[in-house]
Ligand binder design. Structure first.
Ligand SMILES: NC(=O)c1ccc[n+]([C@@H]2O[C@H](COP(=O)([O-])OP(=O)(O)OC[C@H]3O[C@@H](n4cnc5c(N)ncnc54)[C@H](OP(=O)(O)O)[C@@H]3O)[C@@H](O)[C@H]2O)c1
Length: 189
């Protein structure tokens, strides 16, 4: 059963990716060049449109920690025009607890249904390679949105986790947006 059947919003894997297919460089660093955050590569209207269509985010623990580290090193570097609700997939409590974050654990189907239910009819963004891989394996993803950025990283974290079985996609759109190219695909079921 598609996750979309539980509401109107779509389940969207949302990624920034180098032209050679890495969603982060070595050491999990998201450095796309020139010290510019993602928001400075994408045309502001397009970035705002994606954020406005988003009602909630389901985030893997490692992505959360990378975001915390980037923010600590360079305040504002993970600035994104979205303020929640956030659902964090983890086996460990947050220290200190964050009242604005709902901790989820266990079955990925249940986690997606809970987070989609919190999206108020808008889209649920899936952030994290491992978490996105689990969602794709279970057929829970409706769309993939990729910001292709103008850099070859050569090494790092690949788009797909090892072991992901084949997923066929239907192209929706391809748009030049600032210094990025936005690719959208529907997952074929
Ligand atoms: N370019 C982009 O747009 C983009 C976006 C997001 C992330 N990234 C990159 O992706 C990398 C992070 O992805 P990742 O694959 O390493 O990790 P991830 O998907 O962010 O997080 C994986 C962790 O989430 C927790 N988790 C996952 N499924 C769970 C479940 N069903 N129940 C409970 N906990 C669960 C586990 O953490 P614990 O067991 O430790 O709690 C697991 O180790 C980073 O390099 C980040 O920079 C890039």
């Amino acid at each position: 059963m598609s996750a979309t059947s539980t509401g109107n919003g779509k389940v969207v894997v949302n990624r920034a990716m180098s032209l050679d297919g890495f969603i982060a460089g070595p050491g999990h660093r998201m450095d796309w060049g020139g010290g510019r955050p993602l928001a400075e590569f994408v045309a502001p209207d397009d970035f705002a449109e994606v954020a406005a269509a988003t009602g909630a985010m389901l985030i893997g623990r490692r992505t959360w920690e990378v975001g915390d580290e980037m923010e600590a090193e360079d305040p504002g570097s993970v600035d994104y025009p979205f303020s929640g609700p956030f659902f964090l997939l983890t086996h460990r409590p947050l220290e200190p607890p964050d009242p604005d974050v709902t901790i989820l654990s266990g079955d990925i189907g249940d986690a997606v249904a809970t987070a989609l239910g919190g999206a108020g009819g808008k889209n649920l963004e899936i952030l994290g390679a491992d978490v996105a891989g689990q969602c794709l394996e279970r057929g829970l993803v409706d769309e993939i949105l990729v910001y292709v950025l103008p850099v070859l990283l050569g090494d790092g974290i690949p788009f797909s986790s090892p072991g992901l079985t084949r997923v066929d996609l239907k192209p929706i759109s391809s748009t030049r947006s600032g210094d990025a190219t936005i690719l959208r695909f529907r997952v074929r079921r």
